[in-house]
Design a protein around this ligand. Sequence first.
Ligand code: F6R
Length: 317
Amino acid sequence: MHSCEATRLVLAIDSAIKQFWPTCRSAQSDFQASTFGSDIPLIDSDKVTGHTQGEPIGLVIIEVSQERLLSMEIIIQENYTAISQQAAALIADAVRSRPTTVLGLATGSTPLGLYQELIRLHQEDGLDFSQVTTFNLDEYVGLAADHPQSYHYFMHDNLFRHINVPAANIHIPDGTTGDARAFCESYEQLIASSGGIDLQVLGIGSDGHIAFNEPGSSLDSRTRVETLAKQTIEDNARFFASADAVPIHAITMGVGTILDARKIILLANGANKAPAVAAAAEGPVSSICTASALQNHPDTIFFLDPEAASQLQKTNG
Ligand code: F6R
């Protein structure tokens, strides 16, 4: 299951050498066949920034992109602390190398260790979030921001009040909006106008959901109101006085919204997540387990403890 990377080249060819291209191509055939495969796309040199038309440029590599041949990387660590620390280190690297990183964030029990580690990195190592923008995956419909079980409250309590993301850069769906449809459209637009999500953090539901995309959600879905599955209501009852107190609806980013993120990390720990993790990583891509859509994402990493990984066939076999 470990990913294998291939490099895709796009070559620019100037009209001056276009006529010789078959020769150039065959002269490089060994290199191409062994390293990159034979199908290298060509574009004309007038698409190359800074090139003056008419000046020969020969062959110029204008784009090198990483493309995974296998869809996801599975990293199994010895325990929850280790997956939390490794995921936090990855986020810290992203923020250090690009201070304006746009993060997609999750709530629930799973990312708590990750958030504690990010807080430690901020407080002890000076990890700076002052230019970071965040978008949360979801929020319960009907819960105001100051409700102790709202995801607004959770995020402020467990992360934001301990680090220095500016309040104006924090985005969480509004569970009390009077016009959910308009709100969801504007949330999508806000993500797009922020440049898209660079790094999305996910947990996984025991029914295989990501965000609140419950079984049966379209794998193309966008931000919308979703009805929570019975399983999710039972799972999340632990945060409320009873299952009856768990809201029935949530505003959630769609599977399609999540797949637009440039990089995705999914964390899972505990044996109760093992069937969902196996279905997500090794089952068919299906709306029955919306996390399985991550198999079609070019840059996804699962961080798992041994219990959550225990039903993976390819990794364990
Ligand atoms: C939360 C979210 C959910 C959770 C999932 C797992 O924002 O989007 O998909 O990640 O329900 O929850 P925990 O981590 O509590 O097991």
